[in-house]
Design a protein around this ligand. Structure first.
Ligand code: HSE
Length: 400
């Protein structure tokens, strides 16, 4: 019997409890051993919930119990999750978490502590909810050079963009409806400004290259300036608009960006709609692989935590290594990144467009009083210099 504890009985923590309970026989069958939740830590009481029988309010009860081999940290936030995780690892207990903030800020340090104490720090659920992506990067793709990772890593923004596209609505309208239905947070900034996706691509890029990516180094733009008319242009191009979190290795330089992109149907990420997430990984030997599923939600995220629990249970007394050094991975300036740009300007500018940008693909009859065009490939710096020659750029969206 493997004894586990859950820190935090919120959405994910109660999901972990549920997955371990409902799938107890399946798990026991596959693992060849049972997993028993010995403790659940939470400050609250849950009268009438069977969890009450194993509920504790003091983390010391868990840390001091040598029978507990695995701790699921589903508290979220940096403190006290950081202190509790550190203490659990130092006492030789493996920790499985969904806590993206903690992983992004302290991943290398916590992995190192786990290594020193012959246990593991696993965090499959911290990126992409229920989508297996950390494990593929750590194991299935360990032999590969990762050339690029492109993710739709935020369900809220993908839901909003999908609704804008299918219903022709303004950003603000869809956001308000999403908030009403509980699909978007009351304070949606972390999602709509791209910060959530940024932290996630920082983690994935760190794992792909084994060094620490600071999320502050990643150029991040959200979806707040995407207008209904942008989708009208995208439709004309046979394309859509997605918030991509992207990192690319090119000529020994590493680029990373979170921003809306015009996406054509040839890209498999084009088909990812609504709250779903997906990650497309391009490798130098095996080519492209894609990982798709629910990027958030109680049972999807909890299932990923439990997958890590099983991994730890199979490797009791051993450290499951994740190469992620505390050394910084330099992210190159976005100025050197090459791509096409979709730009909207007042219609009167057409002659100037051709003078400044040369060969472009024009779209003139989509909206009154303006036109749109797609440039040839150029660097971000070149685009910026050319755009500076215009008094008015109505909007710019990068083209994938
Ligand atoms: N708010 C996130 C999303 C889920 O909308 O995808 C948590 O990372």
């Amino acid at each position: 019997m493997v004894k586990a504890a859950i820190l935090g009985y919120g959405t994910v923590g109660s999901g972990v409890y549920e997955v371990l309970k409902k799938n107890r026989d399946i798990i026991a069958d596959k693992l060849g051993d049972e997993i028993q939740v010995k403790y659940v830590l939470d400050l609250r009481e849950f009268e009438g919930d069977p969890v009450q029988e194993v509920l504790v309010h003091d983390v010391d009860t868990i840390i001091d119990d040598t029978e507990v081999a695995i701790v699921c940290e589903t508290m979220g936030g940096e403190h006290p999750a950081y202190e509790f995780t550190k203490r659990a690892l130092e006492s030789g207990k493996s920790v499985c978490t969904s806590n993206k903030e903690l992983v992004e800020k302290h991943g290398p340090e916590l992995i190192q502590i786990a290594k020193e104490h012959r246990c593991s720090y696993l965090f499959e659920a911290s990126v992409g909810g229920g989508i297996p992506i950390i494990r593929p990067l750590r194991t299935s793709l360990a032999q590969e050079e990762i050339l690029s990772i492109t993710g739709i890593l935020n369900g809220t923004t993908n839901y909003i963009l999908t609704k804008m596209e299918t219903e022709g609505l303004a950003f603000e309208t869809v956001l308000a409806r999403a908030q009403e239905k509980g699909y978007a947070e009351k304070n949606p900034d972390a999602d709509i400004l791209g910060f959530d996706a940024c932290r996630k691509i920082a983690i994935l890029t760190s794992l792909a290259y084994g060094k620490k990516v600071d999320f502050e180094d990643i150029t991040t733009e959200g979806i707040t300036s995407i207008a209904a008319v942008d989708f009208a242009y995208a439709k004309k191009m046979g394309a859509t608009i997605k918030l991509f979190a992207k990192s690319v290795k090119k000529d020994d330089k590493y680029y990373a960006i979170v921003a809306p992109f015009i996406v054509k149907p040839e890209n498999p990420l084009y088909a990812v709609k609504g709250v779903f997430n997906a990650i497309l990984v391009n490798c130098n030997m095996g080519g492209e692989t894609m990982y798709y599923g629910k990027g958030a939600g109680k049972l999807a995220t909890a299932s990923a935590v439990v997958a890590d629990v099983l991994d730890c249970a199979r490797h009791t007394g051993r450290h499951l290594d994740i190469r992620w050094e505390d050394q910084k991975l330099e992210i190159a300036s976005i100025d050197g990144a090459i791509r096409k740009f979709f730009v909207r300007v007042p219609a009167a500018c057409e002659a100037q467009i051709r003078k400044v940008f040369g060969e472009v693909e024009m779209f003139q009859d989509v909206a009154d009083g303006e036109c749109g065009f797609v440039t040839e490939e150029m660097t971000e710096a070149q685009y910026r210099d050319k755009a500076a020659e215009f008094d008015s750029i109505l909007s710019m969206i990068r083209v994938d």
